[in-house]
Design a protein around this ligand. Structure first.
Ligand SMILES: Cc1ncc(COP(=O)(O)O)c(C=O)c1O
Length: 470
């Protein structure tokens, strides 16, 4: 066992690992954490959170053995984690790590690969290319598309919208990469009234402006009303949504794409499909995303429905040249990519881990049928929640077409009180939202680990708390 006294930067690499139980010890700790997660509170106790103050120490002068560092991390931090990796976290939209992906993630971390240049990781580049091809095939997107593994859907928006900007402006004779946006011909940006905040963040980052948008009215589920789209007269980006974060609803892609592409102006359709894009893989849900293949770029997450560990997003862009124009760079000391594609020519980052390895592991492990079953099962479990709430007389505000459920427990104050009590109880965790003026609890079912028993146990806790809160 390596001790504090022995551990020095000059320790040979061979000894740092071969003669040390460090990584075995980490595997044991992580295995214990995950195998006990079912029995612990979903949100940590106040005491566990308070104990985090033990981290507030001045940085010491001397070195500390790696094993001791990990021990400190586990002792102080593991108990104060939110059990997103467990089966009863229904907040936001967070997948748990699928075992094959967690394990592949660890192995590829040990490789310390740079996913940007082929020469820095032939394996990473190969596996990411395969994972991207499988993703494009599974989602039924145009086979000629290029893509990028990024940190999440927000960065996938940035990636897709940067390609959109490049393509649309090139079509009207402007080189945005060289000359920037000052003085450029304007691009109209059209969004639905229930677009996710990440779309506006991305629009702001790429210089399109968060507020410089035309907002189209939506229906009670958050779907764009196609008949309310503005007339398109010049270069335009239309941002559509597959899976509203509150209701799970989908914009009518085919109708919108047909309408806007009938104009003679340069048009780019970008889809926010952070989780909803994966409805395409489940035969009974695929109709929700009908026509999505008519778009030009798509943003989705690995860390939602694919259940990769954080962080993992995927951008897919039909016009690979536009993406490459927006992202590629060169310098004498950098590999040119003349013989092997360098993936950093397609991503905003230059250095990054090859996170597509995690996507590859999920797809390899589940196969087509396993992934379809994961999506379908989560949707069935969301329905199970909704039926239980409705049977008790609590109104469900959305059509439960996917994996999202919105329920209220009375007036806004009572609903918020019930949600706070559910979070405090610790059996499960659900968040609050306001949907078109109505305060509601959001239930998002997206973990591979959630079973019917988890839903029933959560429903029992939720209804017990809702009944006693008047
Ligand atoms: C519909 C939708 N779009 C975008 C995002 C942002 O994704 P990320 O946090 O991976 O950037 C989310 C996250 O919940 C989402 O639900």
């Amino acid at each position: 066992m390596t001790t504090t006294a022995e551990y020095r930067l000059k320790t040979p690499l061979r000894e740092a690992y071969a003669d040390s139980p460090l990584l075995d010890d980490v595997a044991r700790r992580a295995t214990r954490y995950l195998s006990e997660i079912d029995e612990r509170r979903v949100f940590p106790s106040r005491d566990a959170v308070a104990a985090l103050s033990a981290f507030d120490v001045p940085l010491q002068e001397h070195q500390i053995a790696a094993g001791e560092v990990v021990d400190e991390l586990d002792r102080l931090a593991s108990a104060a984690t939110t059990a997103i990796a467990g089966p009863r976290f229904f907040g936001f939209v967070n997948g748990s790590g699928l075992p094959a992906a967690v394990a592949a993630n660890w192995l590829s971390t040990a490789w310390a690969q740079h996913g940007g240049f082929w020469v820095l990781s032939p394996s990473g580049a190969k596996i990411e290319q395969v994972a991207l091809r499988w993703t494009i095939e599974l989602l039924g997107l145009p086979a000629e598309s290029a893509g990028a593994f990024v940190t999440g859907t927000t960065m996938a928006h940035v990636t897709g919208l940067a390609a959109a900007r490049s393509s649309l402006l090139a079509q009207v004779g402007w080189d945005v990469e060289a000359d920037g946006l000052f003085g450029a011909p304007p691009i109209t940006v059209i969004v639905g009234a229930e677009a996710h905040p990440s779309v506006f963040k991305a629009l702001g980052i790429i210089g399109m402006g968060r507020d410089r948008v035309i907002t189209v009215p939506v229906d009670s589920q958050g779907r764009i009303r196609a008949d309310s789209l503005p007339e398109i007269t010049g270069p335009s980006i239309v941002c559509l949504q597959a899976g509203n974060v509150n209701t799970g609803a989908f914009d009518p892609f085919r109708e919108i794409a047909t309408r806007v592409k009938a104009s003679r102006a340069p048009i780019w359709i970008h889809v926010d499909g952070a989780f909803g894009l994966w409805a395409r893989v489940a035969p009974a849900r695929a109709h929700l995303a009908d026509g999505i293949e008519l778009a030009d770029s798509w943003a989705t997450d690995g860390h939602k429905w694919l259940n990769t560990p954080y962080d993992c997003g995927i951008a897919v862009v039909r016009e690979g040249q536009a993406l490459r124009r927006a992202m590629a760079t060169s310098a004498a000391y950098l590999p040119s990519g003349a013989e092997q594609a360098n993936l950093c020519d397609y991503t905003p980052e230059m250095s990054r881990r090859p996170r597509g390895v995690d996507v590859w592991a999920v797809l390899r492990s589940l196969g087509r049928s396993g992934l379809a079953e994961l999506v379908e099962r989560n949707c069935r479990l969301a329905r199970r929640f909704a039926d239980a709430f409705a049977a008790e007389g609590f109104p469900v505000w959305n059509d439960v077409v996917l994996n999202q459920v919105l329920v209220s427990f009375g007036d806004p104050e009572r609903t918020r009180t019930v949600i706070a009590a559910i979070q405090e109880d610790g059996t499960c965790w659900c968040g609050v939202t306001v949907w078109q003026g109505k305060t509601a609890m959001r239930v998002s079912v997206i973990s591979w680990a959630t079973t019917e028993a988890d839903v029933d146990r959560s429903v029992d806790a939720i209804l017990r708390i809702a009944r006693r809160t008047s």
